[in-house]
Design a protein around this ligand. Structure first.
Ligand SMILES: Cc1ncc(COP(=O)(O)O)c(C=O)c1O
Length: 491
């Protein structure tokens, strides 16, 4: 098959065109059995291919027909030995990666700032995490990835680890030298698992960081839906065989996946792959140019600062994705959260994320000069508005990472232990059974199984006082905390 073909999407359309009488699920039967308002909004075309795994339409759990062909084309496009479609986002693909390599008790080397799906997989698999501190950018207050040197040190101490997990690129578009991390890990025969949630497009343009498959990684969980043009929730899991068996991956992904896979999501992956291969380079080139022009314009709006290539040059900032606009509002004397709310209310503009100091906006082939100009104008208005209201009171918080506490029991054992809720202030020395995080820099302070320390309690207090959101625990106000129950001896 050729890359300009879409076996899955075309197969579905051909099937729908035959207009078969359906006595199978979904019960809305081409929309006719559904709420008319929703049907008319969504449209009959979409509903006609909202189908299920009847024999002619293949089965994601045992692909041998049109889904297999579409996955094979995707593997060729991404330079993988095998590609698996995920209808459960990159979260599902990440859980598959971790559970493919880890059995109960196995070690896995991970950055401390991993996505929650990694921690979920660690709990499900019973693995023991060996954490690496990500590098923190003190000026921007964001965390980057992990460095080759840190991976080397971790592997020297834990050569028996079953995998090294890397975030490449980060949410903010920054990447470390992935090729070097892969080479170091492979010297120990340890596979590299890449969280590529924010990097589907990087494979298709040579001015962007190396993709996981280009760098020789063993697996990559890649959100096609985020920046590759497919529908929300659709991702791919790319696999290079050798240290990893594609058959094992198929077994695990199947265990984690619904049996009612959405053909709309699957078809959108098929067409996104075609577009990335056929037109990706040109489309991404346009996005890069548009983003660079926008970056320059934003940097002309004093006192805003839009990060560019000057961020490069450290071990953690080896390369970056210029289509990500990190806009620091720090010198305007407001927080990123305030800026996000202002843009929503006053300019009807939604950003990708905000944190203490920054906004993050993404530029994709969905943008034009019109949308990026709207952003620039809105930012100008925002600066004026805050100047008038007397902004300029630069807030300074010291964004630093807390110490990583000792892991007393595996996260899974802690999660399934008998627990009790005790006052936060009296919890030092106890083993925590829930997560506590602070943004920024988005690094967990505690994960289940870790021993609570006075220092980390103080770190949480400082962050609450500074007005930073502390997330994770059941008690939002953090007056109480869930710990593993201790039984006192009976006298
Ligand atoms: C770094 C990172 N990894 C993984 C994910 C999960 O991706 P998905 O939303 O496709 O499940 C996200 C989602 O935002 C993410 O930011």
């Amino acid at each position: 098959m050729q890359q300009n073909e879409t076996p899955l999407f075309t197969g579905l359309v051909n099937h729908a065109t035959k207009n078969p009488i359906q006595f199978h699920i979904p019960g809305h039967k081409k929309g006719k059995g559904m709420d008319p308002e929703f049907r008319s909004f969504i449209g009959d075309n979409a509903l006609s291919i909202d189908l299920i795994n009847i024999q002619p339409l293949d089965d994601l759990h045992h692909p041998h027909g049109m889904i297999k062909k579409a996955q094979d084309l995707a593997a060729e496009a991404f330079g993988a030995d095998a590609t698996f479609f995920s209808v459960q986002g990159t979260s599902g693909a990440i859980m598959t990666m971790v559970m493919t390599v880890c059995s109960p008790g196995d070690k896995i080397i991970v950055p401390r700032n991993v996505h929650k799906s990694v921690m979920s997989a660690i709990i499900f698999s019973g693995a023991t995490p060996v954490f690496i501190h990500p590098e923190i950018d003190p000026k921007l207050g964001i965390s980057h990835g992990i460095t080759p040197n840190a991976v080397k040190k971790a592997l020297e101490q834990h050569p028996d680890a079953k995998g090294v997990l890397v975030i490449n690129p980060t949410y903010f578009g920054i990447s470390a030298n992935l090729e070097e991390i892969v080479s170091i890990s492979h010297d120990y025969d340890v596979p590299v698992l890449v969280d590529e949630a924010h990097g589907v497009h990087i494979h298709f343009h040579d001015r962007l960081p190396l993709s996981a498959m280009q760098a020789g990684a063993d697996m990559a969980a890649t959100s096609v839906h985020k920046l590759g043009g497919s529908m929300t929730q659709s991702s791919v899991l790319n696999v290079k065989e050798g240290l990893i068996s594609a058959k094992r991956v198929q077994t695990i992904i199947s265990m984690l996946t619904t049996t009612s896979t959405s053909y709309l999501l699957l078809a959108s992956l098929d067409v996104a792959r075609k577009r990335l291969v056929m037109d990706g380079y040109e489309l991404i080139e346009q996005s890069i140019q548009l983003a660079e022009k926008t970056r320059e314009e934003i940097n002309g709006i004093s006192p805003l600062y839009c990060v560019g290539k000057e961020i490069l040059g450290t071990d953690a900032t080896y390369d970056y994705d210029p289509t990500k606009l990190i806009i620091s509002v720090h010198d305007l004397g407001i927080t990123g959260y305030e800026a996000e709310v202002w843009l929503r209310k006053e300019a009807n503009l939604e950003v990708e994320l905000s944190d203490l100091y920054n906004l993050l906006c993404i530029v994709t082939p969905g943008d034009t000069e019109e949308t990026t100009s709207a952003l620039v104008y809105a930012l100008k208005d925002m600066v004026e508005a805050f100047r008038e209201s007397g902004g300029e009171t630069t807030k300074k918080f010291d964004v630093h990472a807390p110490d990583i506490p000792i892991l007393a029991v595996s996260p899974r054992d802690a999660f399934y232990s008998e627990t009790e809720v005790i006052p936060f202030k009296e919890s030092a020395g106890r083993t925590i059974a829930e997560f506590v995080m602070v943004y920024p820099p988005g690094i967990p302070i505690f994960i289940p199984g870790e021993v609570i320390t006075e220092e980390n309690l103080q770190y949480i207090d400082e962050n609450i006082e500074a007005g930073l959101p502390v997330q994770g625990p059941e008690d939002d106000e953090l007056k109480m905390i869930r710990v593993i129950k201790e039984y006192k001896a009976i006298k």
